[in-house]
Design a binder for this molecule. Structure first.
Ligand SMILES: C[S@@+](CC[C@H](N)C(=O)[O-])C[C@H]1O[C@@H](n2cnc3c(N)ncnc32)[C@H](O)[C@@H]1O
Length: 286
């Protein structure tokens, strides 16, 4: 097959955007990750919560006798966890697929006066050319957006390849109470959030899930008013439904992992019944 030139790819991209316009009857829509300052204001956990999570990550590592190891941060966004871990003396490499988020992460890292290697990569399929990490983290309940089983399997293989034997993989999971409760469509969570140079209107919409696939659909929309301009974003998330029991089953289908358990991200208690988030902790089996 003839190799595609850069011009071929540009034409294909324009064609796909046109098709999207025709089929969806709306122009190509940016998402919130294209506006990192809006992400930080609207979606990112407060820094105090991130600090609590980082403390728990450190405790889990200390139990493995790791106090100053290497950490791979997946889907780092603006790098809240990575920055605090680097300040605590860990060597951090962070990946994300969105270049705007990585640029913003770079600014945060420079302000904090730490060094972190930032790499643009897809969590479903990545090879950083380095390995032997002591730990990988996937925070902010982002893991369930990998919905297809083939992608989930590939993701775990990629993470495993980058860890040392015995390395930990810590995944922050949303307890998904809202999904359990959402049996009807509708708009919720309307709010206005102040920005340094304007404000943003935010609202969410639930759509019927696919029970057979175990997937729910949530759309978040933002209207950003900034310096006399208005921008709109749409995030259309398919989210796989998980419970600790479903996660245990998933791990059994994957090769080379041991499930260490489910822990409160606040105090590592194993009583997670009332938690809105919890850590799923896996270990790379040798
Ligand atoms: C909810 S944010 C979480 C950011 C950060 N971990 C935090 O705690 O604030 C989700 C991030 O995942 C990134 N992302 C989504 N899908 C991805 C993928 N397939 N590969 C890499 N990054 C991805 C987005 O660009 C975004 O920065």
């Amino acid at each position: 097959m003839k190799k595609k030139t850069e011009d071929d790819l540009k034409i294909e991209c324009i064609r796909l955007q046109d098709e999207l316009y025709i089929t969806e009857k709306q122009p190509f829509m940016p998402n919130i990750y294209d506006f990192p300052d809006v992400y930080d204001a609207v979606l990112r956990a407060p820094i105090e919560q991130i600090q609590v999570e980082v403390n728990s990550i450190q405790r889990l590592l200390t139990e493995q006798d790791i106090t100053k190891g290497s950490i791979l941060e997946l889907a780092c966004g603006t790098c809240g966890h990575g920055t605090l871990l680097a300040q605590a003396g860990f060597s951090v490499t962070s990946i994300d697929k969105n270049p705007n988020m990585l640029e913003s992460a770079q600014r945060r890292i420079e302000t904090a006066g730490v060094k972190i290697e930032l790499i643009q990569a897809n969590v479903v399929d990545f090879n950083l050319g380095v390995g032997g990490f002591d730990c990988a983290i996937f925070m902010a309940e982002t893991f369930p957006i990998i919905t297809a089983y083939e992608d989930i399997k590939n993701h775990f293989q990629c993470v495993r390849r980058h860890l040392k034997p015995g390395g930990l993989y810590i995944i922050d999971m949303d307890a998904q109470g809202r999904i359990r409760a959402a049996n009807e469509t509708g708009i919720w969570g309307e709010k206005t959030v102040q920005l340094d140079n304007g404000y943003v209107e935010v609202w969410h919409e639930d759509f019927p899930g696919d029970w057979v696939e175990g997937i729910n659909r949530l759309v978040m929309r933002c209207r950003i008013h900034s310096n006399d301009s208005v921008y709109e974003t749409t995030d259309d998330w398919s989210i796989r439904y998980y419970s600790p029991w479903l996660l245990s089953l998933l791990v059994r289908t994957l090769e080379g992992w041991t499930l260490k358990g489910f822990f409160s991200r606040r105090d590592l208690s194993q009583d997670i019944e009332e938690e809105t988030h919890y850590f799923t902790v896996l270990e790379k089996a040798s």
